[in-house]
Design a protein around this ligand. Sequence first.
Ligand code: TRP
Length: 455
Amino acid sequence: MQQTNSKKGGTTRWSNRFAYILAATGAAVGLGNIWKFPYITGENGGGAFVLVYLICILLIGIPVMMAEVAIGKYGRRTPGKSTSEVAKASGKPAFWGFVGWMGVISGYLILSFYVVITGWGLAYIFKAGAGDFGNGDPAAVQALFKGLTSNGWALLGWTSLVVIGTVLVIGKGVKAGLERAVSTLMPILFLLLLVLAGYAASEGDFAAALHFMFDPDFSKLTINGVVVALGHSFFTLSLASGIMIMYGAYLPEGVSIAKSSLWIAFFDTLVALIAGMAIYPIVFAHHLAPGAGPGLIFQTLPIAFGQMPGGRLVGVLFFIMLVFAAFTSALALIESSVAWLVEKRGFSRWGAAITAGLGIWLLSLGTIASVAELPIAQFAGTDFFSVLDYLTANILLPIGGLAIAVFTGWVANKSLIADMIDAPAVFKNWYPVIKFLAPVAILLVFLQLVGIINL
Ligand code: TRP
């Protein structure tokens, strides 16, 4: 069907460069951009944090993304298998495949709570449409959120819809399912985002938002803010979660890894910044707090939607946008495990999709039980969801990113990687970054996160 450069590798390829960039952007753009980025920017004081985040994306995120895609492009297999293929070809033991495996496991764990939060977004499309935000009375809006999160059956229902949707698309395959879905959803997502930012600019306090996001005040930046910024640059670019290796395995021949990675990171960052420009003008115009935390989108924004002219429609559009963004990420998050079941266990594509979906559905019960505060999910002063969240974002992703940088810079054969990057001038500058700068920076941040050092 398509050409392949590896005798044993799979033959699935994205249709073209554009399809690849769109799919990878769909994976990168998600709850991280629209839900998490605005609230952590709020919590960390605005402009200076945004600047550090941009530097992290540029100096560490993009180089690590290129490494992942290069590994996938060589191996043409699922992340664990591709990584061990690179190791073997470099004369190193195949157990290095664990570097890819870690990503697949992290991605699967992330997905198990991702589907629950996406379910909240889905529920909020209908709440916004039904006019449930009323006239934006803060107590009523709070109660609405509490009403959803304390209702285990409602959470289960919304989550199940998200899981079923994911299985239905992913079961159709990479091209007929994944690629088609992102080519429809991503353009709508961009359009909605621009409409919302335009509305926010005309109706909200755009000047205050610009000042907050782009006027760095370094006195507000803490070392912890730097840590959060680096961690988030990993999360938001979908690094260390298997997916960029997997999508690299589907990379058509002749696509520049460097240029496409730059585009993906550019779009991801752009969406985060525009999401901020769609949210903050409304927050400031209604004198709400930017540092409200994870509830910013579900508990603060609806207050504004209830109060502003046309807020019902704007609210519906906003949550549709959120769900589209989250859904394309959920598709990416399940792809590596589905591909693995097909590759290793001989499942049919549909069988694999349904099996992986059932697993996610079962795992998501842990997060649902935590959110609904059922006793079964609470232990040792914490809960299942918080443990998962902490484990993935603060432990698995940093270690996974470090492992990829070390693997690429120190374990893999240099000329093999150079062949994959296929741009000598880029390679010359990128290699020292992946060999020295990225591992050292990630290690520092990781040690800071687990509290071993305290800069
Ligand atoms: N980047 C996604 C977001 O910003 C989250 C994410 C992390 C992800 N790892 C992933 C998405 C792997 C798809 C695949 O919301």
